[in-house]
Design a protein. Sequence first.
Length: 114
Amino acid sequence: MQRRWHPGRPAEDTAEFRALTSPENLIYNLVLSYDELNITEYSRLLLNTSDGVYGKEYYWYFQEEDVIGPGEEYLDRVADITRTGNMFLAAMGTPTKLEHPLIDKLQLEIRDGI
């Protein structure tokens, strides 16, 4: 699988996940986990690093235009990891269910805020 280049990323053959010691490293690892479709590294981003335990208070809130319906405004940590893992599998050509579509292109783009 060909990796995508993004600012701050080393040469393709030497890209490695960084220690979660700064916000910059966290963002770097988030993008790299999408590039490599690596659910293990993605899930590490949702750890409470002070004690190594998954944060119980983690919620991913959708933007208003992305809400599917009532009760779908957010995901908890387990649902986030599960759905992201399913998305990664579909992008690798191995969806979790045969009726699930494949994902031709999965790209995470981080932009400066407005």
